[in-house]
Design a protein. Structure first.
Length: 187
């Protein structure tokens, strides 16, 4: 289930505002210029023979209407699908890299087809920790300080949307702020 906690960036990590309904998450996230939406598949996604999950073309086709609408609204030029699980090579190194606060020169948009992850957005004097789950779209505006935690045992399939077909490049801030807030630990 989607969940948003809002912390002051200079406060104890056990003091926060809690938001658990879609409307509340969307409203509070919008205050930090975060787009939060729910998407539904227009086709049933099923694994093909000898596969454990649907392939990239099937995933993109199932969400084509939502993808095209977001492309028009935000200027995205391309989309792909990423799948990460505990057997993904180097998933621990991937997690470590994304745990550091960074920005991008373009928007970062992710739609969770399956699984979950934690996006933390550092906006003004607050940290917005948004757990995204199946059906959630998050769009972090270019230049926004943030980090992503896939957890120690990652399990998600996500559609990534890009303005530049080469993909995004992280610009790390050098701040230690991400280390001061709770991580994504799946129960």
């Amino acid at each position: 289930m989607s969940h948003l906690r809002v912390y002051r960036d200079d406060a104890r990590p056990d003091v926060f505002e809690d938001h658990a309904t879609f409307d509340a998450i969307r409203r509070v996230a919008a205050e930090a210029k975060i787009r939060f939406e729910r998407w539904d598949a227009t086709k049933t996604l099923a694994p093909r023979a000898n596969q454990t999950e649907a392939n990239q073309a099937d995933v993109l086709a199932a969400y084509v209407d939502s993808i095209e609408r977001l492309n028009r609204a935000c200027g995205f030029a391309t989309a792909d699908v990423v799948s990460v699980n505990p057997t993904t090579p180097s998933h621990a190194e991937m997690r470590k890299k994304f745990l550091n606060e960074h920005t991008h020169s373009e928007d970062e948009a992710r739609f969770f087809v399956e699984g979950a992850g934690l996006f933390c957005i550092h906006h003004e004097r607050a940290v917005y920790a948004l757990t995204c789950t199946k059906g959630d779209l998050i769009n972090v505006v270019a230049g926004t300080r943030h980090w992503f935690d896939m957890g120690p045992e990652p399990r998600f399939i996500a559609i990534r949307l890009f303005t530049d077909p080469k993909g995004w490049i992280a610009e790390f801030t050098g701040s230690d702020v991400a280390a001061r807030f709770p991580r994504f630990e799946r129960a």
